[in-house]
Design a protein around this ligand. Structure first.
Ligand code: ZN
Length: 270
């Protein structure tokens, strides 16, 4: 019998942080995350780069090294109220500007104000973006059916330390590629003077690094895609990894890495 539901290293859960707006407090947040080895995605408005209180374009590549740089539109408008042309420019030009600083593809987004509709999603896809985060908390750990409306688990103000405890006990009991997806703005830690909250969250998460994969949103998206490209037989006795990255599978009770192109076989079917 072959089962999915494991992340790199054979870990049962993934954790990602998603922070919007690119204010100067991202520097302190990134420093804390880096100290504990956590990964995240930073959604930036390119028109604000270099303005007072915001990070600069020139520092993006170094500041967010190891993390994901992501779109949040050029000027942070309510997208559904815009003409198709203006909407397209807000997303496409943001992608172009961020890529010029980042020096790598920028392929995701979060919706300003969490506001979107079907036309926004269609425009996002037309711009070549792969996923976009909303602001609707699910309090669950499932991957989305539609990555262009990827709802987070919760905002960090929603009792995030208790949520982490719950997540850690949950992944100990249930398989299935679970994700704890936390979002917010770094300026909230400044405004509410609660940097200790994210410090404690990172410290607790790092203590569970043997069970939790720390990843960017894109890394989770890419891994989910690789899993979806596995080819099984009907009896779940063999699986071929058709993707370009290693995927972890449980084969007859043992969790093993399956390299690109490799086929694994089980001794017993379902
Ligand atoms: Zn925003």
């Amino acid at each position: 019998m072959i089962r999915t539901g494991y992340y790199p290293g054979g870990k049962p859960g993934a954790l990602t942080l998603s922070y919007d707006d690119g204010r100067e407090y991202d520097r302190r947040l990134v420093e804390i995350m880096n100290r504990y080895g956590l990964k995240g995605t930073f959604h930036l408005n390119s028109a604000n780069l270099g303005r007072p209180g915001y990070v600069t374009g020139e520092e993006l590549a170094e500041l967010y090294a190891g993390h994901e740089i992501s779109c949040h539109t050029c000027t942070h408008p309510f997208l559904p109220r815009m003409s198709r042309e203006a909407m397209l420019a807000e997303i496409w030009e943001d992608r172009r500007a961020l890529e010029s600083y980042a020096g790598r593809p920028v392929v995701s987004m979060s919706y300003p104000f969490g506001d979107y509709d079907a036309q926004v999603q269609e425009t996002l896809r037309a711009c070549g973006l792969l996923y976009s985060r909303t602001v609707r908390s699910t309090y669950s750990y499932s991957l989305p059916e539609d990555f262009t409306a990827w709802h987070p688990t919760c905002h960090h103000r929603e009792d995030v330390l208790a949520r982490l405890d719950h997540f850690l006990s949950y992944i100990g009991r249930f398989r299935g590629g679970r994700v704890l997806y936390v979002w917010g703005h770094s300026y909230e830690f400044h405004d509410n003077d609660n940097w200790d909250l994210i410090e404690e969250f990172c410290r607790k998460a790092a203590a569970a690094a043997d069970r939790v994969w720390f990843a960017t949103g894109l890394e989770i998206y890419d891994y989910a895609r690789a899993v979806s490209m596995l080819r099984f037989d009907a009896g779940m006795t063999q699986a071929t990894n058709l993707s370009g990255q290693t995927v972890w599978l449980e084969v007859d009770g043992q969790v093993v890495p399956v390299t690109p192109g490799e086929t694994v076989r089980s001794l017993s079917g379902r």
